[in-house]
Design a binder for this molecule. Sequence first.
Ligand SMILES: *Cc1c(COP(=O)(O)O)cnc(C)c1O
Length: 814
Amino acid sequence: MTEITAPKSPVTSAEFADEIREQLKYSQGVTAEQATAADVYVAAAKAVRNHLADAWFTTQADTVNGNTKAVGYLSAEFLMGKQLENALLNAGLTEQFDEAVKSLGFQPKDIVDAEYEPGLGNGGLGRLAACFIDSLASLGVPAFGYGIQYKYGIFKQKFDEDGKQVETPDYWLNNEEPWGHIDYNRDQKVSFGGEVVEEDGKKVWKPAWSVRAVPVDYLVPGYKSQRVNTLRLWTAKSYDEFDLLAFNKSEYMDAVKPQVKAENISKILYPEDSTKVGKELRLEQQYFFVSASLHDAIRVFYPGQDKPDLTTFPNKITFQLNDTHPVIGIPELMRILIDEYGYDWDTAWGVTQKTFNYTCHTLLPEALEVWPASLIGELLPRHLEIIEKINEQFEAELKAKGVDEATAKDMAIYTGDSVRMAYLATYGGSHVNGVAELHSQLLKDVTLKNFSDAYPDKFTNVTNGVTPRRFVKLANPGLSDLITEGLGTDKWVSDLEMLEGLVPLAQDDEFVKKFAAVKAANKHAFVGFAKDHYGLDIDENTMFNTMVKRLHEYKRQSLKILAVISKYAAIKNGTVSADDILPRTVFFGAKAAPGYYLAKMTIQLINNVSKVVNNDPDVKGKLAVHMLPNYNIEMAQNLIPATELDEQISQAGKEASGTGNMKFALNGALTVGTLDGANVEIRERVGAENFFLFGMTVEEVDKLYADGYNPAKYYEADPRLKQAIDLVAGGTFSNGDRNAYAPLVSDWLTKDWFMTLADFSAYADIQAEIEKLYRDPLEWNRKAVLNVANSGFFSSDRSIEDYLERIWHTGPLA
Ligand SMILES: *Cc1c(COP(=O)(O)O)cnc(C)c1O
């Protein structure tokens, strides 16, 4: 890697204060004396954005004029988190900002807190996209993130009096949003519906309606790279705002119909995670942003050219498809090349296949997107024709390869009834990757086995990562300072494998004690955060044990809550003596998709267990449980550094990678987890003796499915489990109502698809080992230090370097 230098501190804090004052005066229309924290936040955001502008322009110019292939990261979600602190860090303005706002009479923290977190993603997949564009910019690789600027992001989660999840809309654009720059002059037209006709022997699509895709540009500053890339999020506008004729007839609702229809496309993020939602609007969203992005890339790389030579397109930019959501881009590029630019099929296919690559994010078959052919035919008739033709060509290719007919049929992209987007992506691009070693292997062995047999060279792995800027440097300043002290340099922030230099320090008791002090300070800080944000009183002299992630059956929040209930019962019954109880505070955070019945019921159960346990004087000081509302990036940044034990307890073979697991290890939490996703690689790197492993392996899970799984057997066999489930069924957490959780209880006892019950005993047993270690703070913290020291591999910088080498075949700008 080339040596990178920090930008010279461009201004003094007094000058930066003046810049903020100027923004307040000329842009906000308030004086420094009138300004609130929210005003100063907007002004500071604009001031820092100005500092990044020149680097943004040079990066764009070098991207277009240089010979370095760019990366286009196509993703329906970018879960960015708050921007101000990150922008200040990367602009080298953190200290100037702190001093400047103090001189204006504010606390830096209050200004940073005034930012409203944009929630343009559901969870791991969207956060991965955000980490990746941060790393691309930090590595100096020319890149565009392309997505949708949803008007409403992921819902805000609250709980009602019964502990049920209540979803409220996320009005994130209700106040001035200073980061996005809307560029009406770089718009694109995206069309839908209508029919395909033949004119002069050529297919011509006559769409029925169109929307105007307007880009909103976000700066993506690299850390110490002097590069600023672009995140271009599309917003949908109507061409015919208003039907005056209807208005004049007093048909007011009809008058705004065209506008409503068009603008609906970017109105809301689908609040789904890991499940497929077959909604017409969702297909419209996908096509909307992908079509606009492909046309935009042509505009950017062939400026002002009427007849560009698009056979060079794959040398200009390579597109990564983040899951199947943008896969409609494959037939769209074919259509653009053939219908709009007159290329023949084979040339178009060569360009298209070279341009795209596909990241698969799941193993759950129900999460692989399949669209009804009739829906595609209605919305995108020309694309359906192209997909049919791609499928014909694919079948011929398989036949030529000697693939038998039955197998070829199983592999069909187009079945006559439906279109399988994962298969289209696999055939239509150059590479397919899974997101952790185990996941990539299972893709080849199971999910996409036939494809891997027919096209073995396409398949590769890139293990996920997280950005050390946000998730260590910003989230955990105490640990960051200690790491810098230990290594004698802060270069680790952009070269995270340097953390290995801490391995010898794990044997230095003084260093380990300093680490323990940082953890204690982070716990103390989180107690304050929890008091401010949730009104909770938390005992910081307890073990902080955290499970935060989307609520999904395969992630098995049920396993955790059953173990908590069992512990509660043991304390109540006196089966454990007071001396043997290790005081713990258990934190959950999880949103459930609004239509996901069992997931929502699990949230309700956790909330009501929390109520009972936290109000029971018998367990006071020994066990507390909190379901924190609205898990988001801000909560992650505050809770993860304070966590001592984290939970990664999905059923083996179901979590593709996980990235929460990486954030925790990098912040010195010990993990209790299964051999699933990236847990496998984390454990390999941090050492088996520094990781609490339990539960069935993928092979054992498969065997149990094959042998016939009977969860009731496990319920009968372990009295701890039986007691926990009986308490739920008996109404202990529902004021005596025995029906409240009946669907959940019945699922556990008769179905339990993700084998929570089968893994319960191993999970309950390993708690003793965890608690024994925790009673020896020096040894616990030594292992925590070793987790930090050996987790440098899980930087998203490393993930991006793997993509560059294995898939994109490009690199930093010269
Ligand atoms: C990291 C992160 C996730 C992903 O967590 P997993 O445990 O990998 O599922 C989800 N949501 C937020 C807010 C995150 O920061």
